[in-house]
Design a protein around this ligand. Structure first.
Ligand SMILES: [Zn+2]
Length: 234
């Protein structure tokens, strides 16, 4: 009950579609990552000793029986073992704390706390990686789209590529709203600055956060100073 007419016309629409059926599966023709499956029923002592010596994993992997080393022999189809029995092959957590923890800053704290208590994890390196691969990219991306964003009229829904010279909707005269908000750009800024203070972050990454902070301040201005009364100091 299949027709090419059902496939989406968009790019990539036929990507996962079963357009070719193979009767015979040659393991060599299967995607390479499926060859990286261990096939042993236990790991040799050498693997654990190598772990103690911080050996190069490439040198140790030769000691481990995996599917890749069996390709081309009858063993590629049979006797593929495992190290631990289970009663249910799909056992495991159904929901991770990534789903149960709601706010982004709580997720961040939980991840960093885990890094702190696991001795094998260098928590400053972890913090730096979160900054480099996640937060900094997010802030830069949002800043970029902020400057290219469209404006929308709250009343009639008219969209504008840029703010009209009149400063308001040219159709109905109502005020215009941004579609990307200051908050979505700033949401990772505070935690990024905090991580730079609490962890041993490299000078380069530290300065990238600083420069982004300056950039954001020059775009949105400083937050208004709060008037303090005497009770704030008591
Ligand atoms: Zn309007």
């Amino acid at each position: 009950n299949f027709s090419k007419a059902f496939l989406p016309a968009t790019r990539g629409g036929s990507m996962d579609a079963p357009l070719v059926l193979t009767k015979r599966i040659d393991p060599k023709e299967v995607d390479g990552e499926s060859h990286n499956v261990d096939a042993c029923d236990h790991y040799p002592l050498r693997v654990y000793l190598g772990g103690l010596e911080y050996a190069n994993p490439k040198d140790i992997s030769k000691e481990i029986d995996n599917v890749d080393s069996r390709l081309g022999s009858p063993a590629q189809y049979e006797g593929i073992m495992f190290t631990h029995d289970t009663t249910d092959i799909s056992a495991g957590p159904h929901v991770s704390s990534y789903n149960t923890i709601k706010s982004m800053s709580d997720k961040l704290d939980a991840q960093l706390e885990l890094g702190r208590i696991i001795r094998a994890v260098d928590e400053s390196d972890l913090a730096e990686r979160i900054l480099k691969t996640h937060f900094l990219r997010d802030i830069m991306g949002n800043l970029n789209s902020f400057s290219k964003q469209k404006l929308r009229c709250t009343k009639c829904g008219a969209k504008y590529r840029r703010m009209p010279l009149a400063g308001k909707c040219t159709v109905c005269g109502n005020s215009l709203n941004a579609t990307i908000y200051e908050g979505s750009i700033k949401k990772y800024l505070e935690p990024s600055i905090r991580m730079c203070e609490e962890y041993d972050i490299s000078e380069y990454t530290r300065q990238r956060v600083e420069v982004l902070n300056l950039f954001i301040k020059s775009t949105f201005g400083e937050p208004p100073q709060e008037q303090l009364d005497l009770s704030s100091f008591m």
